[in-house]
Design a protein around this ligand. Sequence first.
Ligand SMILES: C[S@@+](CC[C@H](N)C(=O)[O-])C[C@H]1O[C@@H](n2cnc3c(N)ncnc32)[C@H](O)[C@@H]1O
Length: 197
Amino acid sequence: MRVITHFGLWLVGLEQAQTQTSAGERACLAKHAAGKRRLVEIGVWHGVTTRVLRSVMDPSATLYAVDPFPVGRLGFSFQYLISHREVGVVRNGQVSWVRLTGAEAARRHREHGIPPVDFIFIDGDHSYEGLQADWTGWNPLVAPGGVVALHDSRDTPANPRPGAGSVRYTSEVILKDPAFEVNDEYESLTVLRRRTP
Ligand SMILES: C[S@@+](CC[C@H](N)C(=O)[O-])C[C@H]1O[C@@H](n2cnc3c(N)ncnc32)[C@H](O)[C@@H]1O
């Protein structure tokens, strides 16, 4: 459906915010994000998964919602408007909106001296180079015991992604990183945990 048509229908309550995640994947994310205190989501779109993370995190938590929200032909981002309204419905903790790419947001996190995070959901640029930029920027910023969830990181019979860059980068690089262990897998999601020293 065209972006403007969807936006109009969403405004009057005839369409819902969109997501590429399944209900089962969202339940898996909720399980691993529950009670976390410093969370990051890379790739917000309409805020469907951002809203899930906000609803289960600790009441004292901050969730960094990272997305460049590129503007369309009309000079603004419908996704920006939809996500802010959707995520604002949940009253829990704080959401810090970071209108940057994942790699830029990692640099900002370091420059601002923000402590390591205990949960990150990477669901932005799914090309090989895109996931590489997010992983190299953010994996050093994950605290011991912290969780990294990767969307579109597995090829499953129900949802094959042959040759997808994010699937290749996950299997060729991330799964071989000795600092992390696989904690869970569900459909296209891989959930890792940083080992404690
Ligand atoms: C698959 S959608 C995210 C969906 C959302 N997590 C959900 O399921 O509710 C991908 C989003 O990533 C954003 N994006 C694209 N490249 C990015 C990058 N390099 N860093 C951060 N976000 C990016 C896009 O603007 C888009 O909104």
